[in-house]
Ligand binder design. Structure first.
Ligand SMILES: [Zn+2]
Length: 429
């Protein structure tokens, strides 16, 4: 296959020849036998890699399945996703992670790398079979109780020690449970005005500080999920300055949206579409997160794609589920927050959304530069134009997007997984 007229990382137009799942040739004026795709001058990026996706299967197939979730990922330009462990049953054994891994291989819209639970049943009492999951066919390297915090310091220490044996990483959902009991939104001026129980920044920052110290103490790798506050950024910056092995991610929604939306938004007040964990924070937090992503303090953009069926979201605020879908809008949101603001160029986007997450997740074959001989995992993205977000067009089974009623720039034109198109002209193949 030949892809005509694409701009690698936004550079000069070239053509690509894909053969046997690899990039076989790069240059102007390529011709030859086989299918030809017109890239139309799109930006070519290495296929995106998500460190934090909820695929919901097994157990909540009414919200998402491996099939629909990976279709959603492909439409968003992703060639690999890490599937979080908070399924039912929980992915806390070799059997469950292999089941998720096999479903990913069968559906094939993108690679599915299961994340293993840190504790049995996400209950925070007893370590799960981390070694068995690492040794399984799914070769798990990322472990997380995401959705819940590993709040017990001794268990967290043991997990960090254990994963060293197979170069694993513990990805922490940093939320001090006692400080966030009944929390409904960011603790601040808006929560005070609305009378909703607040989720204070310190509940995130205290756990991150503790875990950075623990990771340094045992010489292990820590990854911090969905960083949401300016204070967290300062702590991570400090830990990195010490040379500690700490990485961090930020979600697209925390780079763009603020807690004011709970009070006043295009879809009204108290709309649970904005209810998410960790919560949307303040403008000052958003600015700090953008700066941290730009300077590398935060390594990765991860979606925290969290599909929920209508009945779990279209209810009163206090009863609604927390979370937003994000795979199909992530690149557009990053363009809006980071590229159009001059904070990141396309090389920076490729690093934060492909190379860095593949490196942290120890995912071979992904996140590599678009060079001759590299796996043909790539995304073609047209950054021109703005369109209204249309949840009805999502491939995801769920529609809980916070961008309804807004416009976003750009669109994913095509996605290729090992040389095979999973998306062409914006549509699933
Ligand atoms: Zn989480």
């Amino acid at each position: 296959m030949i892809i005509k007229n694409v701009r690698i990382l936004g550079g000069d137009p070239v053509d690509l020849r894909l053969h046997d799942g690899l990039i076989a040739e790069i240059g102007p004026g390529l011709t030859g036998a086989g299918e030809t795709v017109d890239g139309g001058g799109a930006v070519a990026l290495p296929g995106l890699v998500d460190l934090h996706t909820h695929l919901r299967e097994p157990g909540r197939e009414d919200a998402e399945t491996v099939q629909t979730g990976t279709q959603s990922a492909a439409r968003g330009g992703y060639t690999a996703v890490h599937a979080m462990a908070n399924t039912s049953p929980v992915a806390d054994t070799a059997g469950v992670v292999e089941q998720v891994w096999r479903l990913g291989r069968e559906h094939g819209h993108c690679d599915v790398q299961p994340v293993g639970a840190v504790t049995v049943g996400l209950e925070g009492r007893q370590l799960a079979e981390l070694g068995a999951m690492a040794d399984s066919a799914a070769r798990v390297r990322v472990f997380s109780d995401d959705g819940k915090c590993v709040s017990d310091a001794v268990l967290m220490r043991r997990a960090l020690e254990y994963v060293k044996a197979f170069d694993g990483v513990v990805a922490q959902h940093a939320q001090e449970p006692r400080l966030t009991e009944g929390a409904q939104m960011n603790e601040g001026v808006v929560s005070g005005r609305l009378g909703l129980t607040g989720w204070p920044a310190v509940a995130e920052e205290a756990i991150i500080a503790r875990d950075c110290l623990l990771a340094a103490h045992v010489g292990s790798r820590l990854h911090v999920c969905h960083v949401s506050t300016a204070g967290s950024v300062e702590i991570i910056r400090w830990a990195k300055s010490k040379g500690w092995n700490v990485t961090a991610e930020v979600t697209p929604h925390h780079l763009l949206l603020t807690d004011d939306l709970v009070e006043d938004s295009p879809v009204g007040a108290y709309n649970p579409i904005y209810k998410v964990n960790p919560p949307l924070r303040t403008r000052a937090d958003v600015e700090a997160l953008r700066a941290a992503l730009a300077d590398g303090t935060i390594d990765v953009v991860a979606t925290d794609h969290a599909p929920h069926p209508v009945e779990d979201k279209e209810t009163e605020w206090s009863a609604a589920a927390m979370g937003m879908v994000g795979l199909e809008t992530a690149l557009s949101v990053v363009q809006e927050a980071m590229v159009d603001t001059g904070l990141l160029d396309w090389a920076g986007v490729a690093d934060r959304m492909s190379a860095a997450p593949a490196r942290i997740g120890r995912l071979p074959g992904h996140g590599q530069p678009l060079e001759v001989g590299a796996p043909a995992n790539l995304t073609l993205y047209d950054p021109s134009g703005r369109t209204p977000v249309d949840p009805a067009a999502f491939a995801s089974k769920s529609r809980n997007t916070p961008y309804e009623g807004m416009t976003l720039p750009g669109r994913v034109v095509a996605t290729f997984l090992r040389g095979r198109a999973t998306v062409l002209e914006g549509k699933l193949t």
